[in-house]
Design a protein around this ligand. Structure first.
Ligand SMILES: [Fe+2]
Length: 195
């Protein structure tokens, strides 16, 4: 039995991250997966409240996550705990609002990127903070690589720039297992958490 595309993707990412300079290849790798593969759909589950996080692969060096967003959901403003984050749209319509903190600690929005199948986004704490927003009209799905895995992230107040909390991150499913609180045919809903 041949490996799934997800397994091939995880293997390729792992191999690249082990070699010097391999991080430069990650954006292209996930963009190619987004254009050509759809086996992620077997792992997609949507919840009425909050977006869902599905672990597809994890090593010491990275984690590969599928995030599922019902219409209108957005993350809180957050950092990435010192790690690198690549993300690509898989389906739907998602925008990234990018923020930077100034010397006084306040945050300012510096731009918005509409995620595209061909144009992955990258962020780390040196580049700033962000909010991920799904379309108010459609469900969406996105693919995220965190190197190294992120156990928790800082949540920030948009008005003051203050850290509101260090939030532990969880998986709704792990390689397709678990998550009795998520459903594969959920209704659009409002939401809150982090990405
Ligand atoms: Fe993020």
């Amino acid at each position: 039995m041949s490996s799934s595309s997800i397994d091939q993707l995880a293997s390729t990412i792992g191999r690249e991250l082990e070699r010097p300079g391999g991080q430069a290849a990650i954006a292209g790798i996930i963009a190619e997966y987004a254009r050509q593969a759809d086996d992620w759909r077997a792992h997609a589950h949507f919840a009425e409240v909050g977006y869902t996080r599905h672990l597809l692969a994890r090593t010491e060096r990275f984690e590969l996550l599928l995030l599922c967003w019902n219409a209108g959901l957005a993350s809180d403003l957050h950092d990435h705990s010192g790690q690198s984050c690549w993300m690509t749209l898989l389906d739907g319509q998602i925008a990234e609002d990018r923020f930077r903190r100034d010397a006084a600690g306040s945050v300012q929005k510096v731009g918005t990127l509409d995620l595209d199948l061909a144009v992955p986004a990258f962020i780390d704490d040196g580049l700033g903070l962000h909010v991920i927003r799904n379309s108010p009209h459609h469900r969406s799905a996105s693919l995220h690589v965190y190197a190294r895995p992120v156990e928790s992230c800082g949540i920030y107040c948009r008005d003051t720039g203050q850290v509101l909390e260090e939030r532990s991150l969880r998986y709704d499913t792990v390689r397709g297992d678990g998550a009795p609180d998520v459903e594969s045919a959920g209704e659009p809903g409002g939401g809150d958490p982090q990405s």
